[in-house]
Design a protein around this ligand. Structure first.
Ligand SMILES: C[S@@+](CC[C@H](N)C(=O)[O-])C[C@H]1O[C@@H](n2cnc3c(N)ncnc32)[C@H](O)[C@@H]1O
Length: 231
């Protein structure tokens, strides 16, 4: 197998927050990435409750990035989900980050350290042209490597909660196309949900057009709005 060329080049804001040079956008909030993740994705999808109520649960994410969202989810699942429950986490990533960049980004959150260590222990040092599959006790992580627009077709089990976490819609429109959001809707379970930090009107419209009941709620910290919805 050929090694994939690492196409992402990062710059670092204050040597802490990774910023994609390609997309000219940070991977997460300049304010507090972990708190934003908890607010937008975990609370936005009501996961504390749903992890308790469901024996099996499937989350899918557009944009794995540093794995911050995944690790925050793993921590919550570990804390609240009853024994014998299982979580499947599927994520899509076109530009994988090197272990060095992941380590540097994630070292900012000591509360995630034990989880980050588990992930990084299994993170490939060299990427081959294949998906990444990592088992962590009750949690099964698959990263579908490639453009989410094509790879989302490969999801074979319905998704209970989506994290729509592309770079900002203006800078990364490929992750917010009507066609992709229609597929996201099709792959969602009957009581499934999504959340996104984005408050762009056209994103909300497309999600509604795809079939979701869409709601605009207060955004994280200084941000006025974000978007959540259900099937
Ligand atoms: C805002 S970052 C995601 C942050 C991430 N969830 C985290 O926890 O660090 C957006 C991600 O989407 C990825 N991306 C952009 N376009 C993509 C595409 N067409 N298909 C798959 N991934 C894409 C980028 O490489 C980047 O990692």
């Amino acid at each position: 197998m050929n090694e994939i060329e690492l196409e992402n080049i990062l710059s670092w804001k204050e040597d802490v927050i990774p910023v994609s040079v390609r997309f000219d956008d940070p991977y997460y909030s300049m304010q507090d990435g972990l708190k934003e993740t908890i607010y937008v994705f975990l609370q936005g999808n009501r996961l504390s409750q749903r992890f308790v109520d469901n024996a099996v649960f499937h989350i899918a994410e557009l944009g794995f990035g540093t794995g911050l969202n995944f690790l925050a989810t793993l921590k919550l699942f570990n804390e609240v989900a009853p024994a014998n429950t299982k979580l499947t986490f599927s994520s899509f990533e076109l530009y994988l980050l090197s272990i060095h960049d992941m380590q540097k980004a994630l070292s900012h959150w000591p509360e995630l350290k034990s989880y980050a260590d588990l992930l990084l222990e299994k993170w490939p040092v060299k990427f081959e042209q294949k998906d990444i599959h990592i088992e962590l006790e009750r949690v099964s992580l698959t990263i579908y490597v490639g453009d989410a627009n094509q790879r989302v077709d490969d999801l074979s089990i319905p998704v209970d909660a989506w994290y729509l976490d592309g770079f900002s819609p203006a800078k990364n429109p490929e992750l917010w196309t009507q066609n992709l959001l229609n597929k996201v809707y099709e792959k969602t379970s009957s009581e499934g949900s999504f959340s996104t930090y984005s408050a762009a009107g056209w994103v909300r419209e497309r999600l509604g057009q795809a079939g979701f009941n869409v709601e605009r709620i207060k955004g994280f910290a200084h941000k006025k709005h974000m978007t959540i919805g259900e099937k």
